[in-house]
Design a protein. Structure first.
Lengths: 295, 366
């Protein structure tokens, strides 16, 4: 028998960690919570407001529209980036210097800072000097992201696809490389079509990296700020104003600390909720398989 | 149904092979008869998997032809060769059920579902997989997965050969013999040519009627397990088959005797003559530990050896002893008296092999 020593002083060892987490997460978050239930006028004047800010935020038509826009944006870019990323990964060379060259080329957009991406595309799409802007006009299309909401939307989606599809492609590429050669050989012997190889060998083996990829991309795209801010400034009108830009306007532009704190918390909870639902759904799918298999 | 012929086949992984060392498979010609159970036996890296992949069409040989029933199939991809291959690590389609896995090759060639069902059931029955048919292949045990991947080969009735690439590597020891017996059963039932790659001599000899022993890219001997044991055609076969392997001593031939250093080895004149005819300095005399006769007292023409140790292996013992510099292993039965210090060996002529440049010299025993 091992004699267990009960010594609650061991909890003291957890203290440094607790302090660290407190400063990095708990205290800042609680400040926001604190603001969200008060109306702050100046350093000495504040009123307790309860859930009033939350109610106002949830009922704000502008924010509701921004939320819908945000979901539309996230799902659009995911719907494009995931299949496109898988496709690129499938086409990438498997070995040799070509593989390295393609990897570097593909990775480049990922290394560019957000607002630089915005600036690049801002110049790229300008009607007077931008390659894409001028090019489209030369082709006879009256392309203008400052006037036409469809153009602005399409450009932001295109920019995000250009910036982030490489992430999905890289993840899938690594997933594909980890499939043993024997699977492809067996599939050839079984006379499987290219589609069957993809459907029954490659896609199942990609599930895990795709879960990570989709989660990352969802969080990223749901929090997108700098790129559309630099490119369109949220316009024309508010057609490309996403949640984080609304929040920045409210918190920094208007100094509405209370409402923006309530908004931040709701924003945070939505991301948490969507990620949790997505993750649980995927995990359940896999567990289901195992259980059905166990019968 | 197929007879597989390898004609002057050679394979090199390098672009411009110049020396024999550049070849993974050195030039060979070989015939695998329809319905035979063959094993390709050899140590890791001897080229046996390369050879298997050439037969299955996953690799294109750099020289020579692969012939299936008089048809050169060099340029045919594996899917057109009517073969099945079972790999070292079980390959199953994880997301499919066992049924769908077995049906996969049939569905790929557009077999009507009404024919798929009875055929899959039949094969599942033979492989004892009926109870697992509705389960996802992902959750099977390793031996069940191997049976599924074998089943995918058996399910097509046009399959003429099944190639196994060390299929029992990942199987638990207690299930190995079960699966091996299953393979044997299937071989008897289906009259399919089976080629089984392994580095395990026990697996090879229990599975195969004939074993091809590979060494450094060459088949050095092709024969029944008994032939490999009693008359190894190459010193490597002697070392590799049997436990412990064959004893070899370097010898030189004078007009009357075979000499190990200054020591004359008592052998018949026939052997001496054969050795002299070889015209090489690289002569070796080989004998299996099982065939050496041991005496505790010196007799006429016996070789005196000093005993190093005796290992008790239950039903028999292995005695290690030195003849000059050369370490000899001798098998002693339980009831044989144990020599101490010195022992006296006698080599029965019938079990002595003469090897010139590592290859056995055939000698007519009168």
């Amino acid at each position: 028998m091992v004699n267990k020593v009960y010594n609650n002083r061991a909890w003291l060892l957890v203290l440094p960690m607790l302090a660290l987490v407190a400063f990095s997460a708990i205290i800042p978050l609680m400040t926001v919570v604190n603001y969200s239930v008060q109306d702050v006028f100046d350093a000495n004047t504040r009123f307790f407001t309860g859930i009033e800010w939350f109610e106002r935020t949830l009922n704000d038509a502008g924010l509701q529209a921004a939320l819908l826009r945000q979901f539309a944006f996230s799902f659009t870019v995911l719907a494009i980036q995931v299949p496109l990323g898988i496709g690129i990964a499938l086409l990438m060379p498997k070995r040799g210097w070509q593989a390295s060259a393609v990897l570097i080329l593909i990775t480049l957009p990922l290394l560019i800072p957000w607002n630089v991406v915005g600036s690049i595309w801002q110049i790229f799409t300008r009607g007077d000097i931008g390659l894409m802007g001028v090019g489209l006009r030369e082709l006879g299309y009256g392309y203008n992201i400052t006037r036409n909401p469809v153009d602005a939307w399409a450009t932001i989606v295109l920019m995000d696809v250009w910036h982030w599809t490489p992430l999905i492609a890289l993840l899938c590429y690594s997933g594909l490389r980890s499939i043993p050669e024997a699977y492809y050989q067996a599939a050839r012997i079984d006379r499987a079509s290219k589609w069957a190889v993809f459907r029954y060998i490659q896609l199942p083996k990609l599930t895990n990296v795709l879960v990570i990829g989709v989660l990352l991309r969802f969080m990223h795209s749901f929090m997108i700020y700098a790129e559309p801010f630099v490119l369109t400034g949220g316009g024309p009108g508010s057609s490309t104003t996403f949640l984080s830009q609304s929040l920045a306007t409210m918190a920094i532009g208007q100094q509405d600390l209370g409402p923006s704190a309530a908004f931040s918390l709701i924003y945070f909870l939505i991301i948490l909720l969507v990620c949790w639902v997505f993750y649980t759904a995927i995990m359940n799918m896999q567990k289901d398989k195992a259980e059905r298999g166990g019968v | 149904m197929a007879e597989i012929i390898l004609k002057s086949l050679a394979h090199s992984y390098s672009e411009n092979p110049s020396s024999p060392q550049d070849y993974a498979i050195r030039e060979m010609s070989h015939t695998w008869h329809q319905g035979g159970a063959y094993a390709l036996l050899g140590p890791s890296g001897c080229g046996k998997s390369t050879l298997l992949n050439i037969i299955s069409g996953l690799l294109n040989p750099s020289e020579g032809d692969v012939i299936f029933d008089q048809r050169i199939v060099n340029d045919l991809p594996p899917e057109e060769r009517n073969i099945a291959q079972v790999f070292q690590f079980p390959v199953v389609y994880d997301t499919m059920t066992v049924f769908d896995n077995l049906a996969f090759p049939l569905r790929n060639i557009g077999t009507p579902e009404s024919k798929v069902k009875p055929r899959v059931r039949e094969i599942a029955d033979i492989l004892d997989l009926t109870a697992q048919l509705t389960r996802k292949a992902k959750n099977l045990t390793a031996d069940e997965k191997q049976k599924v991947s074998m089943g995918r080969g058996l399910v097509r009735d046009d399959v003429s050969a099944i190639l196994f690439d060390e299929p029992l590597t990942v199987i638990d020891p207690q299930l190995k013999w079960k699966l091996r017996r299953k393979l044997k059963e299937i071989h008897e039932q289906f009259n399919i040519t089976m080629i089984y790659v392994t580095h395990d001599q026990l697996e090879a000899s229990t599975f195969a009627d004939k074993i091809a022993v590979m060494y450094a890219g060459q088949v050095v001997q092709f024969g029944t397990p008994t032939e490999l044991f009693e008359a190894p055609a190459h010193t490597f076969v002697g070392y590799f088959i049997g436990s412990p392997g064959m004893n070899f001593i370097p010898v030189s031939a004078t007009s009357e005797a075979l000499m190990y250093g200054d020591l004359s080895i008592p052998v018949g004149q026939r052997l001496v003559d054969a050795a002299r005819r070889c015209g090489t300095d690289n002569l070796k005399l080989g004998i299996r530990p099982e065939f050496i006769e041991v005496a505790v007292a010196p007799g006429d023409g016996d070789l005196e050896v000093s005993v190093k140790d005796v290992q008790d292996l239950g039903t028999y013992r292995i005695m290690s002893c030195y003849l000059g510099e050369e370490l000899f292993k001798v098998r002693l039965n339980e009831d044989q008296p144990l020599p101490h210090g010195l022992a006296y060996l006698r080599f029965p002529e019938r079990w002595l092999g003469l090897y010139a440049d590592e290859y056995r010299v055939e000698i007519e025993h009168g």
